[in-house]
Write a protein that binds this ligand. Sequence first.
Ligand code: 3EB
Length: 344
Amino acid sequence: MNYRHTALNRPTATVHCNYVPLQRLSGYLAESAERILAVIGFGGKALDIPSLPCLRAEVATPPLGDARLVEVWTSSAPILHREHGDIHYAVNGDVLFGSIRLPESEETTMDLITCAAYRHIFDLLRKEAYPHLIRVWNYVPDINNNTNGLERYQLFCLGRHRAFSERNQFFEHNLPAASTIGVRQGDLHIYFLAARQTGRQIENPRQVSAFHYPRRYGPRSPSFSRAMLKEWNDGHHLYISGTASIVGHESCHEGNLDRQLQETLYNIDSLLGHAGRASEIRGNCLKNISSMKVYIRHPHHLGPVKASLERHFGHGTPTMFLQGDICRSDLLLEIEAIYHAHQD
Ligand code: 3EB
C-alpha cells in the first residue's frame, strides 16, 4: 500500500487516545471499528497479551490505585506497522506514531543519548514525510539525580535542544507539546505523534515559555510548547503538555500538595482560554476534556489528588494516575490532558 499526499489541506483521518481497562483490551481490539496505531502499557507486565497486531510500548511509570488501564491510540484510516533502526512506528497517511528506547552506557551520557534519540526521530520523520512533531512523551531514568554538577533533566534538555536546533534554527516556533517524567527503572523511552500537516503551538500567558526559561534552570532551555492545537477531520484537538505548579518560571507552593494542584488547574484553565482565543475555532468551544494523565511523585498523595480532581472535573473524565518523578524536585505533581473542540 502506498499513501499519496492528498490535494486537500484537510487531514482525511482522525486520531484518538483511549484509556481501556486491561481486562477489556482483547475485546476492545477485536471490536474496535477504528484502527489501532499503538497500545501503551504502564508499570510493567501490563501487556501480557499474546502478539498484539500493532505497535506496543511499555512505560515504566507504575499505575496508582486499582485501575489497570492501557492507552490505545486509534485512527480512522488503515495503518502500516514498521521498524527503522531503534524506532517502532505506525503510519496511515496523516499520522506517524512511534516509540524509541535507548540505553545509556559509560560512553553515552544522558545528553548524548537524548540527542541521538531525537536525531533518529527527526531522520525518520523526514524520510517518511511526516515532518511535524505534534506530541512527545519522554521518560527519563532517575531524572532528579545529579551527574557532574548537572541534573539529569538538565542533561536531557541539553541533548534535546541540540537535536532541535541543528535541524531548524527557528525551532522555537514549531515545538511539540510534551511531558518529561522521571522513572525509577529502565532506559530513556520516548514515544511520539507526528503528522503530515502542522499543528499550532500554544503558549500559556501565566507561564514563561519553557524555551525562554532563564539560565538558572539549566544550560539549555526545555524544548517544548505548552500545548499543540491540531486539526483532524473531526475537528480540533488540543494536546496539553505536562502542566505543573509553575507561575512565570518559578515553582510555587513547595511542599503544599493541594495548592500545587489548584495552581496547576489554574494553569490549564488559562491555557484553554488562551487556545480558544488564539485559534479560530467556531463557538470557541474547547471545553470537552477527553482524557487526562496525572503524574504523582509520592504514591500516598493519590487519595487527596483524586478527590480534588473529581470535585473539579466530575467523575466522567477518563483519567490515568501514575507514579512519576516531576523534573523539578520541588514539584509534587503534573497533569497532561487532551481536549476536543466540538464544532456546531
Ligand atoms: C514545566 O512546566 C514543568 O521538558 O518536556 C512539563 C512538560 C515539564 C514538559 C519537558 C517539562 C517538560 O517546566 C516540567
